[in-house]
Design a protein around this ligand. Sequence first.
Ligand code: ZN
Length: 400
Amino acid sequence: MKKFVKGLLAAVLAAGMLSQNVFAFTNDEWLSISTFEDRKTYNVDRGEVSKYLVGLYENFGGLQVEITQNDFHDITNETHPYAMQAYYLGIVKAYGLGEFAPQAAMTYDEFSCDIYRIVTKFYPEIAAEYAEKEEKQAAKEFVVSRGLIPAGKAAGKGKVTLGDAAEILDRTRSAAPAFEVKYNTSGLDINIPEGPKAYLTFDDNCSNLTPLILDTLRDYDVKATFFVAGFGDENVIRRMADEGHTVAVHTYTHDYSQIYRSSEAFWADIKIESDYLTGILGYTPTLLRFPGGSNNTVSRRYGGAGLMSRLRSECADHGYIYFDWNNDSGDANGKKYSPSEIAGNVLYSTKGKETVVILMHQTAPKVSTYNALPQIIKGLRDQGYTLLPLTEATPPVQFN
Ligand SMILES: [Zn+2]
């Protein structure tokens, strides 16, 4: 019941905040940003954001924070009246009095941690969920999995703008009390190894080869990415996720004449696949691969010349990052290759690239692909590659 009231309070505040934030921020005597455009480029400092972090703390706690005595010699009540409250509440960490540096620009990694500290103070189940993890990693996984801050930003040193800070705080309020998981972050690692990386990707419908592919990946301790088409064996799809692979969306029908008729037709088809996968996984996949790639010309026959560029630009609005490939195993080009030929196609065209995204298929006829996997995995490792699953944090490989 307590949770429900809190949630209700949060929802009411969130509804109000969305429209009031502009007003609240612009009306502030110590932070006057005159236009909406300026909010998007103005980098807030830690002291300025403290006020809003304390506000979030008050919302979640259903309480009003007492005015704190100012023990800091480098913070004046005129410029940063909430900075010391944020410190004494444990929202921001300082190395010692006088070293808080409220004038320093707020960075995403710090902001992620601040939000995480507030949430875990009032939502013990979130604290329990991440109890085993080091705070910085926990904070990143929390803000990314709940869709509060994108993976590419969350643990970085990028500077937070005023507009972004307001949006992130609004999203955090709206997410309470359920803090529903929106993105799979199992593949996320803030300690991604240095050096060249290779990504094995398997497209199209699951088949009797898929469990065998999963066995090989497990035997060689490799995490890969499956761009799934159609409906398959639910247990196999669940197994992909359980074993640490990324499950991504390819299409439902894979029928060019259907999906590339129009933008509406394409996204309707993707939604069928996405709903299906969400039902199995419990979260919505965020990576997508266009059948034929993002620059295919076949689509012109059905949806005209501008369709692919339109679909590419609509991706983010639909919640997807799209991935093409820069290395083709050749297993779909109509030629019958032996396993060593498939492996050769992959290994001779890495050309020292820092990032290699390899196109392969998991449908029933691709026996050579399956049999080539040990050679491909060993060969890539010999070339110095670390094999990883694609995640939202991976710099996208795109034709355009
Ligand atoms: Zn395909």
